[in-house]
Write a protein that binds this ligand. Structure first.
Ligand SMILES: NC(=O)c1ccc[n+]([C@@H]2O[C@H](COP(=O)([O-])OP(=O)(O)OC[C@H]3O[C@@H](n4cnc5c(N)ncnc54)[C@H](O)[C@@H]3O)[C@@H](O)[C@H]2O)c1
Length: 371
């Protein structure tokens, strides 16, 4: 089974090909619309064998494909890496009419996507996501960015970036063959988020198919990616430059960023999002936006797919709620505004809430086990 999703508006259309063999799909795209000169493949070192097959597929039809690798680390998602890759592009003779093929998770996709948006003022880009999270979220929608190291050594995440739609996104389930189970689960957290935002039937489907997803059954992965990606595509198509609705994709993230700020070394982003979704659903329930049964249903779903629902599931001694609450303010101070949260509303959907009542925010923290 294969599925294509059309995305974007002229002149920034994009196609998301789900269930295609990556080497075939990339070769087909570059034979149909050739690059002028060599093509750069920027790959995560963890998937260099998979990226090598894409390079060989291109070389097999006479396309000059040059493989550059990077480490997928938030500190390597940087302007330094962009500079070093750009120097490699120059050495390989990549021109204004070249093409960048990004092969990796969100870190490589964001970095190579930003380089494609800016190298010689912008070249074509193809994304080949190799994590579930990147297939349903990061590779879609044309947001690219790198992090900046601040004077105190902390990271300003995604501080420098650009909107630049990839012309093609290829989601090949075979790319996930080597992905560690914990990373699969992080992708599932974003799928659950998309279900809460706009796909009322997806929780039930996920509950029924959790084992096949975790077992990476190709047909099941294709169905999941098609459904979860469609939610993001629809939202981004209505609000490509995040003037309003696109911000809803941050559901659960205000809590998640505070958790990550305090427990970064032990918790992964998707795990923090899972806990953040419970906190946000609880806050919404306190405000009468959703029924309490929805909090319980979400908890059951996250447990079913193997995601944490409480801080204690991932850290031995969680921070006090007041400390985590202060982190939310720091995050927002950087964004230059007061606390604005995305909170679920109704059986499916969410909305932005400015300055939410403190007792509701704190009810979220206590529901996830903050001390
Ligand atoms: N641009 C956007 O709209 C957007 C949206 C969401 C997230 N993001 C960004 O995405 C990044 C997170 O992306 P991610 O979760 O895909 O993580 P990632 O790119 O860090 O990959 C996670 C880990 O899995 C490894 N890996 C990737 N694919 C693999 C494979 N097939 N086999 C074995 N190992 C593999 C990586 O080396 C890394 O260690 C963050 O930087 C975030 O800011 C961007």
């Amino acid at each position: 089974m294969r599925k294509d999703l059309a995305h974007g508006r002229p002149p920034n259309e994009s196609v998301i090909r789900i269930g295609h063999e990556a080497a075939d799909a990339v070769r087909h795209a570059l034979v149909s619309r050739p690059a002028g000169g060599p093509v750069a493949i920027v790959a995560d070192q963890a998937v260099v064998a998979f990226a090598g097959r894409i390079a060989q597929g291109l070389q097999g039809v006479g396309i000059d494909a040059r493989l550059c690798t990077m480490v997928a680390d938030e500190r390597a998602k940087s302007l330094d890496t962009v500079g070093s890759l750009a120097a490699q592009f120059q050495a390989h003779g990549i021109t204004r009419s070249g093409v960048v093929v990004a092969v990796g998770g969100g870190i490589v996709g964001d970095t190579a996507g930003f380089l494609a948006a800016t190298y010689m003022r912008g070249v074509r880009c193809i994304q080949v996501p190799t994590t579930l999270l990147a297939m349903v979220d990061a590779a879609i929608g044309g947001k690219t960015a790198v992090n900046v190291v601040l004077r105190d050594g902390s990271l300003a995440k995604n501080a420098v970036g650009a909107f630049a739609m990839p012309e093609l996104v290829v989601c090949d389930p075979a790319a996930l063959a080597t992905l560690p189970p914990r990373e699969m689960q992080c992708g599932l957290a974003e799928c659950v988020k998309h279900a809460l935002l706009a796909d009322a039937g997806l929780p039930e489907w996920l509950t029924a198919n959790a084992m096949s997803v975790v077992g990476k059954d190709a047909a099941t992965i294709i169905q999941l990616v098609a459904r979860a990606a469609a939610v993001k595509v629809a939202i981004v198509d209505r609000d490509p430059t995040e003037q309003g609705e696109r911000a809803l994709l941050n559901l659960g993230h205000t809590y998640a960023h505070a958790i990550e700020a305090r427990h970064d070394d032990r918790i992964k982003h998707g795990e923090a999002v899972a806990i953040g979704l419970i906190a946000a659903m609880t806050a919404a329930s306190r405000l009468g936006r959703v029924r309490h049964a929805q909090v319980e249903a979400l908890e059951a779903l996250l447990e079913r797919v193997g995601l944490p629902t409480r801080l204690q599931d991932v850290v031995s001694s969680p921070d006090p709620a007041a400390t985590l609450r202060r982190c939310m303010d720091l995050d927002k101070k950087r964004a230059g505004r007061g606390l604005v949260m995305v909170l679920p509303e109704g059986p499916v959907g969410a909305g932005l809430v400015e300055a939410p009542p403190e007792d509701a925010v704190m009810a979220g923290w206590s529901a996830v086990g903050a001390a």
